[in-house]
Design a protein around this ligand. Structure first.
Ligand SMILES: Nc1ncnc2c1ncn2[C@@H]1O[C@H](COP(=O)(O)OP(=O)(O)OP(=O)(O)O)[C@@H](O)[C@H]1O
Length: 250
């Protein structure tokens, strides 16, 4: 599904990612943890194809295709979707319109006709109620004036509607209250599927109490210093990151 090999990337001339190798198979959920400044958001940005990041070495293959050769829209149409820590506000564009046009663009890329309106409304109602969001959010401008937690729910709502092959969630848990955390985690868990992969960047083990990852990776200074199962997240919570720096690579 996603194969990252020896990835090096620079931002404004300084090397931030210094050789990341990571394979995520369909059906798997991986979590990336690590201290501030380790390069977690840089990795998400490179995968999303954001401007300002230069890959200087290595490769990223998504579903057998070279991701670096794909434009941002092509990545989305191929099924790679990102949820951000700070989702963008799109004034003047209604949430429901964005969902509908994104879904239909995805269908067009697959050679399918637009989803008929009644079917679309049924789908949206089901997903918005799953995310415990009021239907008024559909008619507000995308994320405009949404609280931090509402934005995160909205990111997961988009995922539930668009059903990506690979969902990248960058600090989707930051700033969530206890109930919102559960709703967001349930949303992510409902995305778990044998054909889908999920990559989450998180600072907190508490998210991983709700979403059990298959693998946890510790990113330190642009490299994966250690990988393990969910128990690694518990150990990090208890011991911090210093010990990983002192005794890297198990
Ligand atoms: N535009 C930029 N110019 C210079 N340095 C940058 C730029 N963007 C990021 N960096 C540096 O890259 C490093 C990695 O940043 P990144 O945001 O990827 O870390 P992170 O692991 O996501 O951190 P956090 O946990 O604090 O969110 C940091 O030292 C940061 O200062």
């Amino acid at each position: 599904m996603l194969e990252i090999k020896d990835l090096h990337a620079t931002v404004e001339g300084s090397e931030i990612l210094k050789g990341i190798t990571l394979t995520i198979n369909p059906g798997e959920v991986h979590a990336i943890m690590g201290p501030n400044g380790a390069g977690k958001s840089t990795l998400s940005a490179v995968l999303a194809g954001r401007d300002g990041y230069e890959v200087t070495q290595g490769s990223i293959t998504f579903d057998g295709k070279d991701l670096m050769e794909m434009e941002v829209e092509e990545r989305a149409q191929a099924g790679l979707l990102m949820g951000f820590q700070y989702p963008v506000e799109i004034p003047g564009v209604k949430n429901i319109y964005l969902l509908k046009s994104a879904l239909n663009a995805q269908r067009a890329a697959q050679g399918l006709d637009e989803m008929p309106a009644p079917e679309f409304m049924k789908l949206i109602k089901e997903k918005i109620s799953f995310m415990k969001m009021d239907s008024s959010f559909l008619h507000r401008a995308v994320n405009e004036g949404f609280s931090g937690g509402e934005k995160k729910r909205n990111e997961i709502l988009q995922m539930l509607v668009l059903q990506p092959k690979l969902a990248l969630l960058d600090e989707i848990d930051s700033g969530l209250d206890i109930d919102a955390m559960k709703v967001v985690a349930e949303g992510v868990n409902s995305l778990r599927d044998e054909n889908r992969a999920i990559l989450m960047v998180t600072h907190y083990q508490r998210l991983l109490n709700h979403i059990t990852p298959d693998q946890v990776h510790v990113l330190i200074d642009g490299r994966i210093a250690k990988s393990g199962d969910r128990h690694l997240a518990e150990e990090l919570e208890a011991r911090g990151y210093e010990w990983v720096i002192e005794e890297p690579a198990a």
